[in-house]
Design a protein around this ligand. Structure first.
Ligand code: UDP
Ligand code: MG
Length: 318
């Protein structure tokens, strides 16, 4: 059996040597073949140099280097498209997901005969309260919005077998929410519980903006409910307007002397309806933007360089 470890790296110069060492130590204690597929996602620091150096001294290190930063999900996608193992493990470079549990995941995979072993976080050390809270709320909202039930407290850390990798390779969509897609695919899936560590070094590479982007790819990729929100909001505002009409009629008929000049009710209605309209146009925009991106049919990532892949040997032109 051959194992591919998919490790996306973005500005990880501080942690990569340690990570390489820990991954290699774990791999060497086991008898199976392995490759460490390390994807340089357009890092602006020394990451690529370090990866190149590692690739030169260790043939098990395979490097894919992007022409710019395409984001974590695309880095993992490139790793899966190019890996050669019978099973693959997707894991972060920062050692938050301890590589030492990989053999246990493989054991679960063999014993249960499952296609996917997804890692569920018992505990998350060293994360801000804000991240913990928003993550919790997000996973629950996503589950409510989509017609589909996703396991909560699960990231991309998981083991998948060749059948799942090959199925994944046929997915043409550009905005990939990987943890959602793997659940959506079905097959036999088994949870695996573990404690999430702190980052070994460096700071998070998931800025607030990137977090929001990933969250919206998840929601707008797996749910049509936001589109229907327009109808609910419209109905609520209609009921509100109707109430207002009845109230005004009442005043006109029975309390003419108390009739207000009308400025406040007008302005409230305009603001209220205007808000709802902008909100729902925004939702439409998200979906249309997605359709736009899909129809452009551009590649999800551009590889500038590959190291230690067999396809490296240049083919002769005819
Ligand atoms: N990452 C990436 N491209 C990006 C952002 C992050 O490849 O644009 C990688 C990063 O190097 C790490 C993994 O994705 O291996 C998870 O990122 P990070 O640990 O910074 O996120 P957090 O754990 O804080 O959510
Ligand atoms: Mg991390």
């Amino acid at each position: 059996m051959k194992l591919s470890v998919i490790i996306p790296c973005y500005n990880e110069e501080e942690v990569i040597h340690t990570s390489y060492q820990r991954f290699t130590d774990v791999m060497r204690t086991n008898s199976y073949d392995y490759e460490l597929v390390m994807i340089n996602d357009g890092s602006r620091d020394n990451t690529l140099n370090i990866l190149t150096e590692l690739a030169h001294k260790d043939k098990n290190v395979k490097v894919i280097s992007f022409s710019r930063n395409f984001g974590h999900q695309n880095a993992v996608t490139a790793g899966l498209h190019n890996c050669t193992g019978d099973v693959a493990v997707i894991i972060d470079a920062d050692l938050q997901d301890p590589p030492e549990v990989i053999p246990q995941m493989i054991e679960t995979y063999v014993q249960e005969g499952s296609n996917v072993v997804y890692a569920v976080r018992n505990q998350r050390k060293g994360e801000s309260l804000f991240k913990l809270l928003t993550a919790k709320m997000y996973y629950r909202t996503l589950n409510y919005l989509s017609d589909f039930s996703f396991p909560v407290d699960t990231g991309d850390f998981r083991l998948i077998d060749r059948q799942v990798i090959n199925t994944f390779k046929k997915f043409p969509e550009k905005h990939k929410y990987l943890r959602g897609l793997f659940t959506w695919m079905g097959f036999k899936q088994t949870p695996f519980y573990y404690d999430r560590d702190e980052r070994a070094a460096g700071k998070t590479k998931y800025s607030f903006g990137k977090m929001i982007k990933l969250a919206s790819v998840g929601i707008f990729g797996f749910s049509k409910k936001p589109l229907k929100l327009a109808i609910s909001l419209g109905s609520i505002s209609m009921i509100f307007a109707l109430g207002l009409v009845i109230w005004i009629l009442y005043l006109q008929l029975f309390a003419v002397d108390k009739v207000v000049p009308g400025w406040s009710s007008t302005i409230i209605t305009i603001l209220f309806l205007g808000g709802i309209q902008l909100f729902t146009i925004g939702i439409l925009g998200e979906y249309i933007g997605n359709i736009f991106d899909e129809t452009k049919n551009r590649p999800e990532y551009i590889i500038q360089e590959k190291l230690n892949f067999d396809t490296d040997t240049p083919k002769k032109e005819k």
